[in-house]
Design a protein. Structure first.
Ligand SMILES: Nc1nc2ncc(COP(=O)(O)O)nc2c(=O)[nH]1
Length: 268
């Protein structure tokens, strides 16, 4: 899943694709590199980000979604708003990627049920402004798993088909770096639930912390591609359905290595 943030303030690529033409070109480029889906987002979810109005979000993503769909590129829409999901679904979006897992907008479940589109339910505890204070868990893996299953139950009660649900542990969302590593360490417990699992680690802060210099300064976002690709290989090895990444080529290469490693060659 290639990331296409049509926002001025996303943490690692904000402002680069605000122009529709540049955004569509980048989306087509990621698809041609091998991305299965291009994830179009119009509202930054980085910690502390201000919310944008629904009209602004739609204004940003709709033309990009429509042109990518017209170019034959499968698109997911990264939104917590039902009206944005409905508008982009009508324009041909193939997946609803909802970082709030249905918690931010009570109408999202109905849109997912009505459109029948695959719906990514990511673990979330609140909008970017409040996230820092929400990162308290007993056993983070058990807690995230339980909270995600509650979101699944709500989706099923709203008429969403079980085979339309994708789970995502929500790395970096109301989580510390320690929580992120615990969730990756026990990713198998999410895969074992039987739903496809999406992992979004690309360029995130917990990778910067791992790669911090001698001075303790976290590695900047641009320097986290190798670590992101390593996560992609390991996530693939552990059975993840997809990884959401900014740099498509390095993760496709990493996942190809994991597949070849597990296939063991032809000689046996
Ligand atoms: N399903 C899913 N969607 C997401 N959207 C945005 C971000 C934040 O990263 P960005 O600002 O680089 O897009 N992370 C996720 C994620 O981990 N999972």
């Amino acid at each position: 899943m290639g990331v296409l943030n049509v926002t001025p303030d996303s943490f690692s690529d904000g402002g680069r694709y605000l122009d529709v033409k540049a955004a569509v070109e980048h989306g087509v480029e990621m698809f041609e590199l091998g991305a299965d889906i291009v994830d179009v987002g119009g509202e930054s979810t980085r910690p502390g980000a201000d919310r944008v109005a629904a009209a602004t979000e739609i204004e940003r993503v709709l033309p990009v979604v429509a042109e990518l769909v017209a170019a034959g590129v499968p698109v997911s829409v990264d939104t917590t708003r039902a009206e944005v999901a409905a508008a982009t679904a009508a324009a041909g979006a193939a997946v609803i990627n909802d970082v709030s897992g249905g918690l931010a907008d009570p109408d999202m479940a109905r849109v997912a049920a009505d459109t029948g589109l695959p719906w990514v339910l990511m673990h979330w505890r609140g909008h970017s402004k409040d996230m820092g204070s929400l990162a308290s868990y007993g056993d983070v893996v058990a807690d995230v798993r339980a909270e995600l299953l509650a979101q699944v139950d709500a989706a099923l009660r709203a008429g969403v088909r079980e085979d339309a649900i994708v789970l995502d542990p929500g790395l970096g969302f109301a989580k510390t770096g320690e929580h992120d590593w615990a969730l990756l360490h026990r990713l198998g417990e999410f895969v074992a639930l039987g739903f496809p699992v999406l992992v979004g680690a690309s360029r995130k802060r917990f990778l910067g912390g791992l790669l911090a210099g001698a001075d303790g300064e976290p590695r900047p976002a641009a320097g986290r591609e190798t670590a992101t690709a390593a996560v992609s290989a390991l996530a693939a090895d552990r059975g993840a359905w997809a990884v959401r990444v900014h740099d498509v080529r390095s993760s496709l290469d990493a996942v190809a290595v994991a597949a070849a490693w597990n296939a063991g060659g032809t000689v046996g």
